[in-house]
Ligand binder design. Structure first.
Ligand code: SF4
Length: 279
């Protein structure tokens, strides 16, 4: 057996559940189950830990152990479906790890996920999230998939993005957005840009205007994520006023934007919190 569920935590509102899996070599990963309009969404891990070391992310802080196999990705879905007696309809590769840093295994998992004899999940209900591995964005585009791509942008100038995300020193904002544009043109899919709203770091009106300019001509949607209070002093969430102002500026510029609710915060299942605590 590749692994099993060893712990299950439920948020106060009962809407979010976090599962801790123990793999056959004793390593642990987490998955998060949420209700969504299409049924049940699962956020799965693709690596034990992560090499990318994004400054705001607790997973990155715990270092990297190893890649997950395609079977270990599938088992997170199969075990949760069985134990909760549900059919999972949507999958997001947004848990522990950078999916594109484990590209070949992730691709094998995706093939099994969409196979009617496998997990039988529609490709259009699967989202791969990346911090910006540009070479793999081109590769996935050429695979011409119907998978959704989510890109963590989090800043509008390289100076700030370099500070938040080391990957920006390899591929900067301009190179990243060029690849994103290529992805949308080749696949005709819209990209979801994730943008963590951090108080006084990346949330000014100038940032909002710059973001609108940067995204001009790219088929996309922006998901603003108020930074969660994971105890890191320098990454406090933006004020509600600043979030409202940011949203208004993007909308005035014709950008489709939403603000993500802080799901599962009480069980540390929110973005950047996986593996925050050893359960
Ligand atoms: S945000 Fe994602 S890519 Fe960055 S360190 Fe965390 S898990 Fe890795």
């Amino acid at each position: 057996m590749e692994g099993s569920i060893v712990k299950r935590l439920v948020s106060n509102d009962g809407e979010t559940k976090k599962f801790l899996f123990k793999l056959k070599d004793g390593q642990t990963v987490e998955s998060v189950l949420m209700k969504c309009k299409h049924g049940h969404t699962i956020c799965i891990s693709t690596q034990v830990g992560c090499k990318m070391n994004c400054a705001f992310c607790v997973t990155g802080k715990s270092g990297f152990s190893r890649n997950l196999t395609p079977e270990e990705m599938s088992l997170q879905i199969e075990k949760i479906q069985n134990s909760e007696n549900i059919k999972i309809t949507c999958v997001v590769l947004m848990g522990m790890g950078e999916p594109f840093d484990n590209y070949e295994n992730v691709l094998k998992f995706l093939e099994y996920a969409i196979d009617s004899k496998g997990l039988d999940i529609e490709a259009k209900r699967i989202t791969i999230s990346t911090c910006g591995l540009v070479d793999k964005i081109y590769k996935l585009a050429e695979f011409n998939s119907q998978f959704n791509l989510a890109v963590s942008l989090h800043a509008t100038v390289d100076e700030v993005r370099n500070e938040l995300m080391k990957i920006n020193k390899k591929w900067n904002i301009s190179e990243l957005l060029k690849a994103c544009k290529y992805y949308t043109e080749l696949t005709d899919k819209s990209i979801l840009f994730e943008y963590i709203m951090i108080n006084k770091l990346n949330d000014s009106n100038e940032d909002a205007n710059r973001l609108a300019k940067l995204l001009e001509g790219i088929k996309c949607r922006v998901d603003l994520i108020p930074a969660n209070d994971s105890g890191q002093e320098q990454f406090k969430p933006s004020t509600q006023n600043q979030i409202n102002s940011f949203v208004s500026i993007l909308r005035e510029n014709g950008i489709d934007v939403s603000v993500r609710g802080t799901v599962g915060g009480d069980i540390k299942a929110a973005c950047g919190q996986l593996r925050a605590e050893v359960i």
